[in-house]
Design a protein around this ligand. Sequence first.
Ligand code: HEC
Length: 101
Amino acid sequence: MLAFLQGAESISYGFAEQDRALIGEAARELSRGAGDPLGASIRAKAPEGFVSLSRGLRSDFGELAALSETAEFSDLQLRFSTTMGRCVACHGTYRSDGSAP
Ligand code: HEC
C-alpha cells in the first residue's frame, strides 16, 4: 500500500518536472500490482465493490501509463486526479478491521 503513496508522489513530481518518462514508469509499476491492497487470500473474501475499486485503480494507472507518452499534461493531470479519487472512495468506504471509516 505504501507503494501507492510513493507512486503517487513520483507521479506528482513528474508533473512538476513535466517528465513523461517518470510519470509513465511510476504509473506502469502501479498498474502491474505494486502496492496492490489485495493478496489472493483477501481477494477471495473481500466484498465485490472493494475488488472492483482495486481492479479499477490498476487499470486507471495502466491507462495513465499508456497516455503518458503523448497526451497533454493537463489531460494527464485530470486523469491522475480521477484515479486518486479511487483511493479516497475505497478508504472512505472500507476498513480492514470492520470499524466505520
Ligand atoms: C480497494 C481499496 C483500496 C484502494 C483503491 C486504495 N487503498 Fe489504500 N488501503 C486500503 C486498505 C484496506 C488499507 C488498510 C487500512 C485500512 O483498513 O484502512 C489501506 C491502507 C493504506 C495506507 C496505509 C499504509 C499501509 O501501508 O498500510 C496507505 C498510505 C494507502 N492505503 C494509500 C493508498 C493510495 C495512495 C491509494 C490510491 C493510489 C490507495 N491507498 C488505494 C484499501 C485501498
